[in-house]
Write a protein that binds this ligand. Structure first.
Ligand code: ZN
Length: 366
């Protein structure tokens, strides 16, 4: 059985406004010669291009998907939000929340992005694919039911989970969010529920500023089923794997899910402009191997990675390729051109010991 890779050129055509990183251009903020909003197509397009050049695409089951249905979107988002989004999209685009600009047709592209996640989860649950990666764009993990946020316009992963549950294909779902920013949208949607375990590994106090605390454990029936692991800025390869081995994997094992979904951002990388962490392509490979092993032990390998952030146009392709090598077991490699450079810039033994102790402390607070 194959690893699926869900992508669509139209998702690369989602366009934000005229920004220089997160600053609207104008006044004293000069437009950038290239780029603009950090959430731009290049990180994703260059990953797909690298996959084509190495040949790993030919080993994966490359697919597109239909847009998520209105019925599927309505399981997570109120009609009023979908109507407002569609209306503004038809009128040429604009902004409905915080840092979520979109252009004409943005609604259909966002529904397609969610559709990639929905169809990837469906294909893995039916057994058509062993596991899958959905190159969703726009991303989803910051989106609240009625408020788009942080480049996220629809809650892709939640839409996929609700669709699978409503069809009776899965009951218990574990979501691991290793995007460097807090998965506040997914957390909010499942905060009161015990059938979806949400775990977010993130840089403390990055984005959103006011969410992601270790003490936010869920509410009512959901108490204990939300886990935030806020890591210090500067955490690198060793700290991330320590968190995976000592907290993330044991917590998912205890939950015993029917499927594991990863909110897969690559913005914890050492050269990402939107965060201050030190993960490398090898870190993402090792995290993928660990979560894949957990899926094999717990739920017949059912695992779907859904793309979230990652803003280094140069490095996201190599982090993504390493992830796909681990996910598919392919022998085709894209050697990390920054590997040595980043390895010698990892935290030293003293800071790593401090980071490990902090992670052990977080474990005690759960
Ligand atoms: Zn992010």
């Amino acid at each position: 059985m194959a690893t699926g890779f869900f992508w669509d050129e139209k998702c690369f055509w989602h366009a934000g406004g005229n920004y220089a990183y997160t600053l609207p251009v104008g006044g004293l903020v000069q437009p950038l010669a290239a780029g603009g909003l950090p959430e731009n197509p290049e990180t994703k397009r260059r990953l797909k291009n690298l996959m084509d050049v190495t040949g790993i695409s030919a080993e994966l089951d490359m697919r597109s998907a239909p847009m998520a249905s209105q019925e599927a979107l309505l399981r997570v988002h109120p009609q009023s939000y979908l109507d407002a989004f569609k209306q503004l999209s038809d009128a040429g685009g604009g902004e409905l929340g915080r840092r979520t600009p979109f252009a004409s047709g943005g609604y259909e592209i966002a529904a397609l992005s969610a559709g990639l996640a929905v169809t990837a989860v469906d294909a893995v649950l039916t057994g058509a694919l062993e596991n899958a990666y959905a190159l969703s764009r726009p991303p989803g993990h910051h989106c609240l039911p009625d408020f788009p946020n942080g480049f996220c316009l629809l809650a892709n992963i939640a839409i996929a989970i609700e669709e699978a549950q409503s069809k009776g294909m899965a009951q218990r779902v574990a979501v691991l969010d290793w995007d460097v920013h807090h998965g506040n949208g997914t957390e909010a949607i499942y905060y009161d529920r015990d059938d979806v375990l949400t775990i977010s590994l993130h840089q403390e106090g990055n984005y959103p500023l006011d969410t992601g605390a270790i003490t936010d454990r869920g509410n009512g029936a959901g108490a204990g089923f939300n886990i935030n692991l806020p890591l210090h800025a500067g955490a690198g390869h060793t700290a991330y794997l320590h968190a995976m081995d000592t907290i993330v994997v044991p917590q998912i094992e205890a939950f015993d899910p029917d499927i594991i979904i990863v909110a897969c951002g690559f913005d914890a990388s050492a050269i990402d402009p939107m965060a201050r962490m030190l993960a490398t392509a090898e870190t993402f490979r090792q995290m993928t191997l660990r979560i894949k092993a957990a899926a094999q032990n717990l739920c017949d390998g059912r695992l779907v990675l859904v793309h979230e952030g990652g803003y280094s146009e140069v490095y996201v392709p190599f982090c993504g390729h390493a992830t796909l090598e681990a996910l598919s077991g392919s022998a085709i490699s894209a050697p990390d051109p920054l590997g040595q450079t980043l390895d010698i810039r990892q935290p030293g033994p003293r800071f790593d010991a401090f980071l490990k102790a902090e992670i052990d402390h977080l474990a005690q607070l759960l």
